[in-house]
Design a protein around this ligand. Structure first.
Ligand code: GTP
Ligand code: MG
Length: 345
């Protein structure tokens, strides 16, 4: 039969095979998403970002186990992992047995973001869609919290978790102001370490200061993200609002992980009851289309403009013989692939 049926039935080998194909070629990714997209949209996509070494992988391991205990199937995508997932330890005995019978409850895939312009690997979202279509209920995407990756994950996920930990260059100053705009849930991991309370306090203070004077609602996360571009349809306000929780965890012992798992579930419920889920889907769709377009433009440009000419333009800009706008315009005109002028939706 067609691979589609195998993937939709959650056949682990078929899923693994398809993901390998999706990762290896943009054409394969396109084909896979085109055929599977109609079967996606059920999974809760959760992004986990934070500084290197803050415990993202350890926490994702523990979260996966917590969701498994609740009978949920979990897909994990780690972008640019420097620390390996624990593999065997990840799968509890029962899960491992089911894994053997071909019904794995946890699927883990690591990928490098190398070659991608933004922070997310090009194929990350396609891989997440394969897992969604394969029936994984929760998809955890780990990315290191740095620049574009952070922004990308926030537009790609329904729920964005930002991790902090004590002893990471430490102190309030090291916590970037921008995280409040992307975080739906803040986590202070390594709660067993000295200084954890101070990090919690700093975050709570930042949250408090960020709260607008009276309309304290309709403020955070997906709501705010989309609101910036598209005012809500009137009559569908975020009545209850979402108060960003600060959760303390110790990934090495599992302490606080159940609370985090339930905060994640609450955020989903909040999105569903507030209309935020649909908003989040639009935000995600917009972000993804933009990323795909950007990638294609760059690909097109690279394919059409010989390396030497591109390098010559770069040199000219570096040496102030040409300004960057003019260089970009030349490349754009060279590569612009537009021919057709009609759009179908
Ligand atoms: N004490 C303590 N150590 C922890 C905790 N969580 C993780 N660690 C340790 O911190 C180190 C980094 O953990 P990782 O899970 O690899 O962190 P990460 O954020 O995934 O790291 P990168 O992927 O490299 O950015 C490991 O040695 C963990 O064992 C915790 O809650 N308490
Ligand atoms: Mg990691």
């Amino acid at each position: 039969m067609d691979w589609i049926d195998d993937v939709r039935q959650g056949n682990v080998r078929a899923v693994a095979r398809l993901i390998t194909r999706v990762e290896s070629s943009a054409v394969a990714a396109q084909e896979a998403v085109r055929r599977l997209y109609a079967y996606t949209g059920r999974a809760h996509v959760v992004g986990i970002t934070g500084p290197p070494g803050s415990g993202k992988s350890s926490l994702v391991n523990e979260l996966a186990k917590a969701f498994r205990r609740a009978g949920r199937r979990v897909g994990i995508v780690a972008v640019d992992p420097t620390s390996p997932f624990t593999g065997g330890a990840l799968l509890g005995d029962r899960v491992r047995m089911r894994d053997l019978s071909g019904d794995a409850g946890i699927f883990v895939r690591s990928m490098a973001s190398r070659g991608s312009l933004g922070g997310l690997a090009r194929s990350t979202l396609a891989v997440a869609k394969v897992l969604d279509a394969a029936g994984y209920d929760v998809i955890l995407i780990e990315t290191v919290g740095a620049g574009q990756a952070e922004v990308d994950i926030a537009t790609a996920a329904h729920t964005t978790i930002v991790l902090e930990a004590p002893g990471m260059g430490d102190d309030v100053q090291s916590i970037k102001a921008g995280i409040l705009e992307i975080a739906d849930i803040l986590v202070v991991n390594k709660a067993d370490r000295p200084g954890a309370n101070r990090v919690v306090k700093s975050l709570e203070m930042m949250l408090h200061m960020a709260l607008p004077a009276d309309d304290g609602d309709a403020h955070h996360g997906a709501a705010q993200r989309d609101d910036a571009q598209h005012p809500f349809v009137s009559g569908a306000p975020f009545a209850a609002g979402w108060a960003v929780p600060v959760v303390q965890t110790t990934a090495t012992t599992g302490a606080g992980v159940a609370e985090l798992a339930s905060a994640i579930d609450h955020h989903r419920e909040y999105l569903e009851t507030s209309g935020g889920w649909a908003t989040s889907e639009r935000t995600r769709s917009r972000g993804e289309i933009e990323r795909l377009l950007r990638d294609r433009f760059i690909d097109e440009m690279i394919a059409r403009v010989p390396d030497e000419e591109r390098e010559a333009l770069i040199h000219a800009v570096a040496e102030r013989r040409l300004d960057p706008y003019s260089a970009a315009e030349q490349l754009y005109n060279f590569a612009a692939p537009f021919q057709s002028s009609s759009i179908h939706s």
